[in-house]
Structure formats: structure tokens, C-alpha cells
Write a new protein. Structure first.
Length: 282
């Protein structure tokens, strides 16, 4: 019997494929098709609607860069909001910062959290049991436009702008994030692989610009997000936060007292140096 394969459907005419060695869970939820399976090279993998979301082997690259860059840039983020991130990896990394007092995570689909806690337990690593964590099952756009709470850092750990994730790339979402962000706060968002999805960069830059005086991007290369560097959108009214030198960041990093597998203060500072084609798109 031929082994089942999953071919990613994110890009037309091009895609990576994975051998499905064992299916742990597969379900059509109220919002999307979810599958969690084992692959010899990348371990356990989660895909939504045919698009790879996360893998056991390389998730640390994405989660560390998306969490620690805004957290260490801010330097004293006590209240953090995560939109999406149902696998729990972003919550895990944010909670490593000792100054954090409260994290709200807004996830639209409880099934994603439940399945990831069971089948990808190393992603959350107990983060959902942390008393500092508050999980809200709701629409992210509605939440940021209706909440009375304020946050120092907002992280939009969303899927690509197709299906349920599309609204998290809208002006209404960005406006809501600015509304509930404290003065001097930082907003970041997953923004796709820039070489393959350059329209996402230009569209996000245009839509974010009315709400933040400093709009830019930083990058990291995540193996399973193929096609080059992944870009992360960056928005703040405090331009100096993007221009911190690595010595300042290293002092904050060492004071935090935890180890990372990918993130370093030097990578943090360098991540804001962008290729010319990305700068042209901005």
C-alpha cells in the first residue's frame, strides 16, 4: 500500500510534500480542516486547510523570534495579548519573561487548542496551566475592537490571509490593536514568506501605516515555511525600539535568565535589516 502524502496547497503551481507516517488526528472543525500527523524528518506536524502551520522540529525558530523580538525590544512588557497561536508555542515563550504579569490569548477555535495540547504537548509545555494565562475563545477582530483592557505587546500569531485568518490582516483588526495597545507598546504579526507572498508585505505596510508612526518588518528563516525568509510585521509609535543595539538587548536577555535555541540578541538586531525587494515593497 502506497504511503499517504500531504502536499501543501498554499502556493499555486508549487508546494512541498510530507510523508504521512501516522495520523494522530483529523477533523473538519466548524472553521477549518485540521490534521496532526507524524513525519520522519519533522516529527509531529499540524496542517490547517492543507497549509503547514507548525512542526515539532522547527517551531522554536518561529516562536522565539516572534515572541522575544517585541518582548526584549519593549523591555518591560507586563501585559501581553496573543491573537491566535492555538498550538501554545507563543504563550510558552511569552511566559518565559519574568516581568510578565498577565497574558490573554484569543483563539477562535477551541478544537485547535485541545488537539495541540494532546498531540503537540511540547509546544505549550504546560503554558495553558500557568495562572498568568487567560484564554478567550472568540474572534480576534471583535476582541481588539471591544475589550476595555490595555496591553504592552500584541502578537498576532495568525494563519495566512485565507479563510478564517484573512480578517487578521484587515485595517479593522489593526485599528483595534492600536486601540488596546499601551503608549510605547509594540504590535507584531506573522506576515508570510516575503519572496512567495510579497503582496502581503506591501498590503500590510499600507494598512498599518495610518495607525503607527514606525511601521517596518523583521525576518527569520523557518525551514518548513519554504521560499526564503518569513517576515514579521512591526508597528509602534516608539521608533527607538526598533533601533536598539545588541548590547542593550543582550543585557535584557541575560537579566531574563533563560536560554533559547535560535534567538540571540545579535540576531534580534540584525533581523531588521531587510532585502532590497522587501524595502521596495514597503
Amino acid at each position: 500500500m502506497d504511503k499517504r502524502t500531504l502536499r501543501e496547497t498554499l502556493h499555486k503551481g508549487y508546494g512541498q510534500s510530507f510523508d504521512v507516517d501516522q495520523v494522530f488526528f483529523e477533523l473538519d472543525t466548524d472553521h477549518q480542516h485540521l490534521i496532526i500527523f507524524e513525519n520522519e524528518t519533522f516529527g509531529r506536524i499540524m496542517a490547517l486547510d492543507g497549509v503547514i502551520q507548525t512542526t515539532e522540529r522547527d517551531e522554536f525558530v518561529y516562536h522565539e523570534m516572534m515572541a522575544h523580538v517585541p518582548m526584549f525590544a519593549h523591555g518591560n512588557a507586563k501585559r501581553v495579548l496573543i491573537i491566535g497561536g492555538g498550538d501554545g508555542g507563543m504563550l510558552r515563550e511569552v511566559l518565559r519573561h519574568p516581568e510578565v504579569e498577565h497574558v490573554t490569548q484569543v483563539e477562535i477555535d477551541q478544537a485547535v487548542i485541545d488537539m495541540c495540547t494532546e498531540y503537540l504537548p511540547n509546544h505549550s509545555a504546560g503554558a495553558y496551566d500557568n495562572p498568568k494565562a487567560n484564554v478567550v475563545i472568540a474572534d480576534g477582530v471583535d476582541f481588539v475592537n471591544e475589550t476595555t483592557e490595555k496591553y504592552d505587546v500584541i502578537i498576532s500569531d495568525c494563519t495566512d490571509p485565507i479563510g478564517p485568518g484573512e480578517v487578521l490582516f484587515s485595517s479593522k483588526f489593526y485599528e483595534g490593536c492600536k486601540r488596546c495597545l499601551n503608549e510605547g507598546g509594540v504590535f507584531v504579526a506573522q506576515n508570510g514568506v516575503s519572496f512567495m507572498q510579497i503582496d502581503e508585505v506591501s498590503t500590510t505596510a499600507k494598512r498599518l501605516s495610518p495607525y503607527f508612526t514606525d511601521v517596518s518588518f523583521y525576518s527569520a528563516s523557518v525551514p518548513t515555511y519554504v521560499g526564503g525568509i518569513m517576515t514579521f510585521a512591526w508597528g509602534t509609535d516608539q521608533e527607538s525600539l526598533r533601533q536598539l543595539n545588541s548590547a542593550v538587548i543582550r543585557e535584557r536577555f541575560e537579566n531574563a535568565g533563560f536560554k533559547t535555541r535560535f534567538y540571540t540578541p545579535e540576531l534580534h538586531a540584525a533581523a531588521f535589516a531587510l532585502p532590497q525587494y522587501v524595502m521596495d515593497a514597503i
